[in-house]
Design a protein around this ligand. Sequence first.
Ligand SMILES: *Cc1c(COP(=O)(O)O)cnc(C)c1O
Ligand SMILES: [Zn+2]
Length: 418
Amino acid sequence: MKQVIAAVCIQCGEKHEAGDNTYTCKKCGNVLDIVYDYGYIKSQLTREKLASRKDYSMWRYKELLPIEEGSAPALLRAGWSPLYKADRLGERLGLRNLYIKDDGQNPTASLKDRASAIAVVRASHGGMSVVACSSTGNAASSLAGNAAAMGLTSFIFVPERAPKGKVAQLMIFGANVISVKGNYEDTFRLSAEAIEKWGWYNRNAAINPYLLEGKKTVSLEIAEQLGFKAPDYVAVSVGDGCTIAGVWKGFKDLYEIGFIDKLPKLISVQASGCCPINRSLETGQPIEMMDENTLADSIAVGVPRNGEKALRAVRESGGITVNVSDEEILGAMRLLGAACGIFGEPAGAAGTAGLKKASEQSLIPKDAVVVSVVTGNGLKDVASAQSASPEPVHIPPDMGLLTEEFKKRNLMKQAEGR
Ligand SMILES: *Cc1c(COP(=O)(O)O)cnc(C)c1O
Ligand SMILES: [Zn+2]
């Protein structure tokens, strides 16, 4: 990998050879960061060369990814999700330049596919046939799907409260599923022990530094889709912290190779019932564990493992924090759906909920170019969607009753198209 210099410890700075599947620092045990040779990458890639590529997936950025030469390609198409200009939603939020990046359109319907794609390609290249992770749901279903496509065996650990849609995906993708009686933290610990014992490829983003590199492609795309411009703000929902750190890394990479000339501010959105990273950002105190009290299961992470990377990303960007209630998240699900036709799961819509709140509190200038990343599709968690919405009109098949019902519900104007 000529493009990668080393895997460097974020705490003590110890350098590890890139590519040997070292996950954590051999000296102090902390997490690692993949460091690139930007000079070399600049000599290999230009904006024009990139723009002319026909590969509309995350692999169009291969010069910026930690993939060994000669690796077998991933077989599912992850990345290049649409970036929509969302004027109607922007009007509702008081923002004139709002964009929605719909990452629910990835192969297994969440942003996690970007990380899992890296995992299966690296595992395959390293000759490993078994991959494993613990996950609140999406990392699991994305690993299971991507592993199935590559012909790898997967062992997946989920907490018992993982939504049915996500568990159903696992079963259909043929994963070995272990549903752990306990919370995410318990699930993580058990998976770590099993991975250690059997020597599986570890797709825990909490530890494996290569996964963040996949997640960063969301920002590479946002910048390219905006014509190689960075937005002013990017709103991201935050659980473990890997995603928002990846979002930051993507923009920084592009800045380092001169593809963009400024960096966005990050809006770190967490659920009020589980916001250890935001709390640390707000108080300046180290991250302390919190209970996992939110229906947004994908961001219910009481003990974030990539917390330090997330803190650095938000601080370096000069970003802001917003905490949202479950009510506000459900409201944002309705808004996204009704104003944009985009169906996000609770954690997927949380970024938009945070954006709404930040805009109402005048924390964002009205003319700012703002991107909200919808990180996962709503069909994964139908129960939450139903609790976000009113009941349909229930009636027998009768026009008279239908008209009466319309009158009762003030729907006549809409029915007549006025
Ligand atoms: C995982 C996930 C997040 C948060 O990512 P972290 O790396 O855990 O911070 C947000 N939304 C969805 C839908 C996710 O699956
Ligand atoms: Zn170290």
